[in-house]
Write a protein of this length. Structure first.
Length: 198
């Protein structure tokens, strides 16, 4: 049950016993083999959901899950092998395509998210500027997961706070400000923790 992907012989060739003649590919399931840094080993397990995107199919994401995790780390590369299984993608993906895979290994529901650009880091402290009564007030915050564009706030803000997202690096605590864009208050959302893109 598969498709002939490669023919290794031609008509008239002399064959020997056990000589390969064809390569057969099975497209269901399609397997993505990843080599993941060893520090991610404690966070991954078989069955975790994964999302794959391929350069050849822009704008589309395919879902799958971790099928197998190698129990050993390659000492030369410091990576271990993870196999992700995808089903029902025969007509859209093909073996050998370059792809990127995100593996979700934790999900936070009802989390507070703000744009990453709103953060100000100084002297090891992470803070944002919150607008109250026409003034910007520096507010230390504690962060957690990030999806690249947005970051989770664990403490220091509440839903509905208006934070400065442009020009905050030149602000001082108590400075008068004018809101020139529609304010984007901190919002509650679902935030997922992914492994680094591989």
């Amino acid at each position: 049950a598969g498709v002939v992907a490669k023919r290794l012989v031609k008509t008239g060739n002399t064959l020997t016993a056990n000589q390969p003649v064809f390569v057969i590919s099975n497209f269901d399931p399609l397997l993505a083999v990843l080599y993941v840094p060893e520090n991610a080993l404690p966070e991954l397990r078989a069955g975790q959901p994964a999302t794959l995107s391929a350069d050849a199919v822009p704008g589309k994401h395919f879902t799958g899950h971790i099928a197998r995790i190698s129990p050993v780390v390659d000492p030369q590369t410091g990576t271990f092998k993870v196999t992700v299984e995808l089903r029902h993608v025969k007509n859209e993906l093909a073996p050998g395509m370059f792809s990127r895979v995100n593996i979700t290994y934790d999900v936070h529901h009802g989390t507070l998210l703000i744009p990453r650009t709103a953060l100000v880091t100084e002297d090891g402290e992470t803070a944002v500027y919150v607008v109250k009564n026409g003034s910007a007030h520096r507010q230390p915050v504690k962060t957690a997961y990030s999806d690249g564009n947005e970051i989770e706030i664990v403490s220091g803000l509440k839903a509905g706070d208006t934070v400065v997202t442009l020009g905050q690096n030149s602000l001082r605590d108590g400075a008068k400000v004018s809101v020139i864009n529609t304010p984007q208050p901190a919002t509650l959302a679902v935030n997922e923790k992914h492994n680094p893109e591989v």
